[in-house]
Design a protein around this ligand. Structure first.
Ligand SMILES: Nc1ncnc2c1ncn2[C@@H]1O[C@H](COP(=O)(O)OP(=O)(O)OP(=O)(O)O)[C@@H](O)[C@H]1O
Length: 248
């Protein structure tokens, strides 16, 4: 593992609405995600997990604070530069696989290159396709694939550009536990073997247990962190957060 940050953010704050209906989604978050590290973000519903992910990924703009992807500061980038940065240097995997139904698996995987008017490196493409075990499904359309296979296509698409970081929002939410474990094993290998930075949001202790560290958000703040988590240690920490909340 190296200590270079793939992504760094300081003082992130984000509010929604105004007046009496104003909601603070992030209340001053400092965070860094490193290459060769899988980070899980957990916290109660409404604690700001998705907002944090969207702000550090350049999908949403914080009201305050700064974000860097590698050496590039996101805040203040013009729209076209931000679009290019998201396409070339960030990978996304969402719970809904977000594949284009009219394209084959292979066309979905290589979409970021087509959008950029470039060709994928055939070696990288082959390795990614093999790693997600999709060799014999490449010419199928999403409707002809199982949920797990569709999510593997989404992962391959996120990784094929060799992005600085892959962000995954509840990537296993729609998968059964065996398929989820396979997908997590794949993300884990991309971290260990390719030095990929992966950041995933999850509610599941068993998913967070695949991470190198787990960050806990509450009321828009980072309140706790565990290294080398297990399902048991994550569950215990979640329970103790609930106990603290019920005493307040
Ligand atoms: N577009 C929006 N407009 C208004 N309020 C929003 C919007 N997006 C999020 N919020 C509010 O901001 C807070 C944080 O939401 P966020 O989705 O980041 O939480 P979360 O931890 O990801 O929740 P969950 O686990 O339920 O997905 C919540 O109170 C939510 O209602």
């Amino acid at each position: 593992m190296t200590s270079k940050s793939a992504v760094r953010a300081t003082g992130l704050a984000k509010h929604y609405g105004a007046g009496g209906s104003r909601v603070t989604a992030l209340a001053g978050v400092d965070v860094a995600f490193r290459h060769g590290e899988l980070t899980a973000i957990m916290g109660p519903s409404g604690s700001g997990k998705s907002t944090l992910l969207h702000c550090v990924a350049g999908l949403d703009e914080p009201d305050e604070g700064q974000v860097w992807i590698g050496d590039t500061e996101l805040t203040g980038l013009r729209d076209d530069a931000l679009t290019r940065l998201r396409r070339d240097r960030v990978g996304f995997v969402f719970q809904a696989y977000n594949l284009l139904p009219a394209l084959t698996a292979l066309e979905n995987i290589t979409l970021p290159f087509d959008l950029a008017g470039r060709k994928p490196d055939p070696d990288v493409l082959r390795k990614v396709v093999e790693a997600v075990d999709l060799q014999d499904r490449l010419h199928h359309r999403p409707s002809q694939l199982s949920g797990g296979q569709q999510q593997r296509v989404a992962c391959a698409r996120a990784l094929v550009t060799r992005p600085e970081v892959v962000f995954a929002d509840e990537p296993t939410g729609a998968l059964d536990s065996a398929t989820a474990a396979e997908l997590l094993g794949f993300l884990r290998r991309s971290v260990d073997e390719l030095g990929q930075a992966v950041v995933l949001v999850t509610h599941e202790p068993s998913v967070a247990a695949h991470a190198d560290r787990v960050l806990f958000l509450k009321d828009g703040r980072l309140v706790d962190e565990i290294s080398a988590p297990t399902s048991g240690s994550v569950l215990e920490r979640m329970k103790s957060m609930e106990r603290t909340a019920s005493r307040c």
